[in-house]
Design a protein around this ligand. Sequence first.
Ligand code: ATP
Ligand code: MG
Length: 305
Amino acid sequence: MKNDIREKLIREIFMRCRVSGEYDFKLSNFDTAWAGPEEIKHLGEEKLKKRAKKILKKNLEALSEAQEVLYASNKYAMLLIFQAMDAAGKDGTIKHVMSGVNPQGCQVFSFKKPSSEELDHNFLWRYTRRMPEFGRIGIFNRSYYEEVLVVKVNPEFLQSNLSHQKIDKAFWAGRYDDINNLEKHLTTNNTLILKFYLNVSKEEQKNRFLERLNDPEKHWKFSESDLVERSKWNKYQEAFEDAIGHTATPWAPWFIIPADNKWIMRALVSMIVTETITSLKLTTPEVSSEKKKLLEEARRAMETE
Ligand code: ATP
Ligand code: MG
């Protein structure tokens, strides 16, 4: 892709998907099936998929290089958060977008139902222990946002030692403040945060569940709670809308990614991650003059060995 077309595409993607808190956030303003700008949209499904795969591949090469420099400069960490309804494609997106990255430079954590040890701590504890080291990309497959999503929709999941508190709007507002403060603290201490909401439609979720149910190879992916949570679709959408609206900040923006087309979703995420990391313009560390001398001596010693 030519550089000017790429730049235009990136501008459009950021304009469409990025939410950083300037306006009243409504999920209904975001198209779950957006398939690219005018120039691309008309291509038809097969060609579109091919184009998206090509964009993904190109970004993976750039991401791999950028990640090497991130690692060598050891100055910043990057935290990528993935949240979504079930079957929106978190796992596949993480797998594809990170497939070109040196495994030593990234750390993936999937957060499931908390253990009793985790429930015996403040709600942010289990996540703050898993923050990426400088030089690394940390990926959270689900995150502390579950504490204002699944826990809000199912208040019985709240830690029992909080039962004396009134669980009202102010309670959740307090949690949003805690999250915003944590993210502020992380970013002022060189952890860059990108948060992705994979925005799948209810219809497409049904298709994907049916795919899992109809294919014995995919049966393991279907969990008995999937239909129960699906029946609470509207409550989840409200919880997402409220959470994203209250935690989209200039320092830790949300990206609302159309998820009905898996390849478009992966290409978009790869583009946003690659663009953000390369825009840091990191360089490999400068070598001191003493070290240069040492290297020269080592080279000579090797050559005369
Ligand atoms: P997949 O998309 O492949 O199904 P998954 O991320 O849904 O993967 P599962 O093992 O199916 O993984 O589900 C993890 C479960 O853990 C989810 O139902 C989620 O809501 C739940 N969970 C995550 N965090 C919390 C939390 N803090 N409190 C209660 N439940 C949680
Ligand atoms: Mg699941």
